[in-house]
Design a protein around this ligand. Structure first.
Ligand code: HEC
Ligand code: HEC
Ligand code: HEC
Ligand code: HEC
Length: 414
């Protein structure tokens, strides 16, 4: 009897303690104001009145600082790898191509890009502003085809709170339909995703390879055959998709866009279930309160809280491992881009010879397209190999191989 009463007492005490704990953790979010954020509130400063710690760390996205291979400066890629300009000849990326920087610059960098013109479709806004979901709802299919310059007129904010959070519950949510649809096709309902998966999915709404569907300009993810570079290549092959024609080799070309999610998913960390937020949004402390960093930047600035939560090794060793991968990836990438530039030139020379075997030239053009696809898979990804070192070097190996085959075919055609 005594034992049971003691048991009940313990349960009651447990309830009191958990009630108090809930009260404490919720104390910085007064219920009255919390309900105050509406679905239409896009301004992060207003959200910041209720969630000041997260907002303060969000403002750090305005900082610009570099790491060895990453960082948040608007640096031109043409400086580190002049071949890039040759590889994208005839396409916007040969006019202007910068390193990525903080989320808060997304609108400014989009609108000041030399790649953007009067014809640029609204689709380009999709991963830049929290205004997008409402524009999509109001305009329907016309959202994608309305010129960007018209859509952008009323857009005030770059990537912010409502892109990832439901304002009423603060739960993480997916706000970009292309991602939800592509996952649905893989049999995954993002509405039922676990908390841990959501810590990746909110990022995967934007940090992925995508294309604009012909005629409709609808943003679409090419994942029907899988997430590996060769599977995505096969998907595009199935309807002979290309972005532009290279003016020297006349080869049909494809541009890869930042495939961070795809690359991560088959790497060591992705397959072990380590989320984007685990490394890029580590838990921090301020005045004794634990919060998630909202400064999306290089985890090399915060190794202690980004990596050492799981790894026993010291910070210097961990950084050394990252740099070792990045140095090798960068060197191999730069060597490979030289091979592909030579391939475009070799085909150009062959095209000028009347006696050249046209079928060999056509094959060489196919090879140079493939070479550049595998090269770009690594070049366009933002971790310089770290998210998946094995895939990065494997891809570059394929790129070099296709590049040399293109040169051989072109030179052997006359
Ligand atoms: C790119 C996506 C993204 C954006 C944008 C974003 N958050 Fe978060 N936020 C997260 C993730 C991921 C977590 C961790 C949630 C978890 O683990 O359940 C989080 C957690 C939070 C939490 C819970 C407490 C904590 O710190 O872990 C609050 C409050 C919060 N965010 C406020 C904000 C505010 C305010 C803004 C805008 C200034 C914002 N968030 C913008 C992704 C985002
Ligand atoms: C709504 C689209 C969107 C979402 C959601 C999003 N990003 Fe981004 N992210 C971008 C864009 C666009 C840029 C480049 C901005 C620029 O260069 O102006 C970027 C840049 C970055 C950078 C580079 C910053 C630097 O300092 O160089 C990191 C790191 C990053 N994002 C991580 C994340 C993580 C982690 C998540 C999920 C928690 C996430 N992003 C969610 C669109 C998004
Ligand atoms: C195991 C930790 C880890 C995970 C998980 C991880 N990243 Fe990274 N990420 C890194 C490191 C390390 C770098 C390289 C930073 C540098 O070069 O300074 C990086 C670089 C980046 C960059 C470029 C940052 C810059 O400075 O320009 C982006 C964008 C990015 N990651 C997005 C993502 C997204 C999206 C995911 C999830 C799909 C993800 N990362 C998962 C560790 C991680
Ligand atoms: C949530 C846990 C977790 C976090 C956070 C994490 N890792 Fe890992 N890491 C793992 C696991 C699991 C493996 C697989 C091998 C193992 O069990 O050690 C791994 C493997 C590695 C490897 C060896 C494999 C390879 O691809 O080269 C390196 C290097 C590494 N991590 C570096 C980092 C760095 C740097 C960070 C921070 C930016 C980090 N990790 C953050 C869990 C984590």
């Amino acid at each position: 009897m005594k034992k049971i009463r003691f048991g009940i007492l313990m349960v009651l005490m447990g309830l009191v303690i958990s009630f108090l704990a809930a009260g404490c953790s919720g104390s910085s979010e007064p219920a009255a104001v919390k309900g105050g954020i509406t679905e239409n509130e896009l301004d992060p400063a207003v959200w910041g009145e209720i969630y000041p710690i997260e907002y303060q760390s969000y403002l750090k996205n305005n900082q610009q600082s570099k790491t060895e291979f990453g960082g948040s400066e608007k640096e031109s890629k043409f400086i580190t790898e002049p071949e890039i300009r040759e590889l994208f000849k005839g396409y916007g990326f040969s006019k202007d191509y910068n390193e990525d920087r903080g989320h808060t610059y997304a609108m400014e960098d989009l609108l000041s890009s030399k790649r953007v013109g009067d014809q640029t479709p609204g689709s380009c806004l999709t991963c830049k502003s929290p205004a997008v979901p409402k524009l999509m709802k109001n305009l329907g299919a016309a959202y994608y085809t309305t010129p960007l310059k018209d859509l952008a007129k009323d857009v005030k904010h770059a990537i912010a709170c409502s892109d990832c959070h439901d304002p009423a519950s603060m739960d993480l949510r997916v706000t970009r339909p292309a991602f939800a649809e592509a996952m649905q096709k893989q049999g995954i309902d993002v509405k039922k995703a676990s908390k841990q998966d959501m810590r990746t999915y909110v990022c995967a709404q934007c940090h992925v390879e995508y294309y604009f569907e012909k005629n409709t300009s609808v943003v679409t993810y090419p994942w029907d055959k899988g997430l590996e570079p060769d599977q995505i290549e096969k998907y595009y092959d199935s309807f002979t998709f290309s972005d532009w024609q290279h003016p020297d080799s006349q080869a049909p070309m494809r541009k890869v866009q930042h495939p961070e999610f795809e690359t991560w998913s088959t790497g060591v960390h992705g397959s072990a279930g380590v989320s984007c937020a685990d490394c890029h949004m580590p838990y921090m402390r301020e005045d004794g309160k634990k919060y998630s960093s909202h400064w999306w930047t290089s985890p090399l600035k915060t190794i202690e809280v980004s990596c050492q939560t799981c790894h026993d090794q010291d910070a210097e060793w961990l950084k050394e491992r990252v740099l070792n991968t990045q140095e090798r990836t960068q060197e191999t990438q730069q060597r490979t881009s030289k091979v592909i530039v030579r391939a475009h030139q070799a085909i150009k020379t062959a095209l000028a010879k009347q006696e050249a075997d046209q079928s060999k030239i056509k094959e060489a053009q196919e090879m140079v397209s493939k070479a550049q696809w595998y090269w770009d898979w690594v070049a366009a990804e933002n971790s310089r190999g770290f998210h998946n070192p094995v895939q990065a070097l494997d891809s570059l190996g394929q790129a070099a191989d296709y590049g040399y085959r293109a040169i051989e075919l072109a030179e052997g055609s006359y």
